[in-house]
Design a protein around this ligand. Structure first.
Ligand code: ARG
Length: 609
């Protein structure tokens, strides 16, 4: 029975949960209706629903905390009503919902919600029948600007963070059915190309006919920089190459492309190893749009001349740091390209959401760009959302900036190689090389290596700095990729070892009900059903560590379940004497939920590890 029969005093239509709505959202709608019907003058009050974290089952699963606030508001109007009484009225006005088993008033005026087992059981059956479906959200056209390394410079650990976080955000938003545009805002433009081109002309005079074998572009960069600083004649030529590049003179464009290709190849191998997909649209793409955005801003009277430069203040107070839109030599800057880019994204790409995944060091830059875009009517905060998804720096185990032993910056390819080496050692230390076939071992090694590098980045609050430690990330206990991947593999093996075929789930579901009688079965069911809440929370706040914590919770709650609930019963001889179908279905549901989360987090589970 639901609460309808007892307490539907409000009389509103029963609240029907959409299969695709999250539990929190459904409860928000139930209590929203209750507030509107019991206290119509406060119908716009935001509903406060919180999951109950208490281990004690007597407080229920979720809680509505609106009574205290409503009591205050009533008092302002001269009406005295105790929060507990308000809570009772809210309870009485809640429309019937199949999700809710019962409501109880507790403490100062909380309404505790107890979820219905029938609902949970059918929700899990649906999940097994249809796969994990996304919660319903308002669809947006969202551009994610991530990775974005710079040509001729090392792609460093900061870019690695942006790459990992950006890829996972895209996967999350794509799963939620948003229209996602993945953009690599490559640093492929700017005055440094003048000296690189001039140096190329000298070192490889035949570059137009034969691809120059530049093996170390960083070194090439250093050489050209040295000449630029020491040789006046070279410097002049470098400047003239910047001009010819911006004008689009074919030879300079060709030289520039050759140089870019060297870096591009290096970046691509990293992307392939980490399974990253991103479309290149570097700063050079905006050359003509920089010219037009400057005209646009000038036309609006927003540019001010300051010591020969043209600057723009983020707002009318003219405080803070202005953007440099045109340099005194007439050239453009990083600010100019970001103004051109935001305009292109909003006005031409027609995005309504832009996400920049860039280190915290650039937060002033992005705040200024956002304000300036608003001031110049490029961005309308009522219809556009812009986020700087910032992250902290990567530290070594000594707590200092991440460097190699000799003090050099760490090459990403070397870092990934080291991860491969360490994960093989991890597998060997557990004797896995003796049981797995060479192919299985290699798959497990890759899954562990890249999985642990991604996961150790994603599982912390991205804003804080994080300590890069292979030892820590390869631990098989705690909230690590290793623990999650092992647990997943174990879960998958349960159905396989039952001696029965669990591949045709829709067929099996016709004959089997999911029973949630045991306390641990019920706990696991409720944990799994939090998935939609978590996904929505992650996409609202753009934090992925919530999803990692959820995976860890699923694995630990699963382990509790598995320890106290027999899925397969064996006799003393080790023969299977009973298979609990409902529980095996719970295992399969757990695996399905984890699989979806792993995909978003970039973890590739393997069937044997
Ligand atoms: N290339 C820049 C860097 O390495 C990051 C670019 C980020 N995106 C942007 N639209 N500014 O610092």
């Amino acid at each position: 029975k639901s609460i309808a029969e007892e307490s539907n005093a409000g009389g509103g239509a029963a609240a029907k949960p959409k299969e695709s709505s999250s539990i929190t959202e459904h409860l928000e709608s139930v209590f929203g209706q209750a507030i509107a019907s019991a206290f119509p003058e406060f119908r716009d009050t935001p509903v406060i629903i919180a999951p109950v974290n208490s281990t004690s089952a007597k407080f229920g699963d979720y809680q509505c905390n609106n009574a205290m606030g409503l009591s205050k508001k009533l008092k302002e109007k001269g009406i005295n009503k105790a929060p507990r009484d308000i809570a009772t009225e809210l309870k009485g006005h809640c429309p019937a919902s199949p999700i809710i088993e019962k409501l109880e008033i507790a403490g100062a005026g909380f309404v505790n919600v107890f979820l219905s087992k029938d609902y949970a059981s059918s929700a899990l059956s649906n999940l097994l029948r249809n796969g994990v479906t996304p919660p319903e959200v308002i669809k947006k056209r969202v551009l994610v600007d991530f990775s974005s390394p710079n040509i001729a410079k090392q792609m460093h650990v900061g870019h690695l963070r942006s790459t990992i976080i950006g890829e996972s955000l895209c996967r999350l938003l794509e799963f939620l059915q948003h229209d996602v545009i993945r953009i690599n805002h490559l640093g492929d433009w700017g005055t440094q190309f003048g000296m690189l081109i001039a140096h190329l002309e000298d070192r490889f005079p035949n570059y137009l006919n034969e691809s120059p074998p530049i093996s170390d572009l960083q070194l090439f960069y250093k050489e050209s920089k040295k000449r630029f600083d020491e040789d006046e004649e070279f410097k002049k030529r470098a400047y003239s190459r910047v001009v010819s590049l911006q004008k689009g003179v074919p030879n300079s464009i060709k030289a520039w492309e050759l140089i870019c290709n060297v870096s591009r190849k290096e970046f691509q191998t990293i992307y392939e190893r980490l399974d990253i997909s991103v479309k290149e649209r570097g700063e050079s793409f905006y050359q003509s749009r920089m010219l037009s955005v400057v005209e646009y801003l000038r036309g609006k009277g927003l540019l001010e001349v300051d010591e020969g430069r043209e600057i723009m203040w983020p707002d009318d107070t003219k405080t803070g740091i202005p953007l440099t839109i045109v340099k005194s030599d007439g050239g453009f800057t990083y600010d100019t390209s970001d103004m051109a880019a935001i305009r292109h994204r909003l006005e031409e790409e027609l995005c309504d959401w832009i996400i920049y995944v860039v280190d915290s060091g650039q937060s002033t830059h992005f705040n200024t760009i956002f304000k300036a875009a608003e001031r110049s009517a490029i961005l309308n905060p009522l219809s556009h959302r812009v986020d700087h998804v910032q992250f902290g720096v990567v530290l070594g185990e000594d707590g200092k900036k991440f460097k190699t032993r000799s003090g050099d910056t760490v090459k990403l390819a070397d870092l990934l190689d080291e991860g491969m080496k360490r994960s093989l050692q991890q597998l060997e230390s557990r004797g896995r090389d003796k049981v797995l076939t060479p192919q299985e071992l290699k798959d497990a090694q890759e899954s562990l290596a890249y999985g642990c590098i991604k996961y150790s980045d994603l599982c912390h609050n991205r804003i804080s700095d994080y300590i890069f430690s292979f030892d820590k990330m390869l631990e098989d206990r705690g909230n690590t990729a290793v623990y999650l991947l092992y647990t997943y593999t174990r879960i998958c093996s349960i159905a396989r070892n039952s001696g029965e075929d669990f591949t045709n789930l829709p067929e099996i579901l016709k004959k089997t009900n999911i029973v949630l009688a045991h306390e641990k079965e019920w706990k696991l069911a409720k944990t799994l059903l939090k998935l939609h809440d978590i996904l929505i929370k992650c996409s609202k706040e753009l934090f992925l560590h919530f999803l990692c914590e959820f995976c860890f919770e699923v694995c630990t709650v699963f382990t509790e379940f598995y320890d106290s609930c027999y899925c397969i019963e064996k006799n003393k001889q080790g023969d299977i004497i009973a298979v609990n179908h409902s529980r095996i279905l719970m295992c399969e549901a757990t695996a399905a939920v984890l699989r979806q989360c792993f995909y978003i987090l970039g973890l590739k589970p393997v069937s044997k590890m």
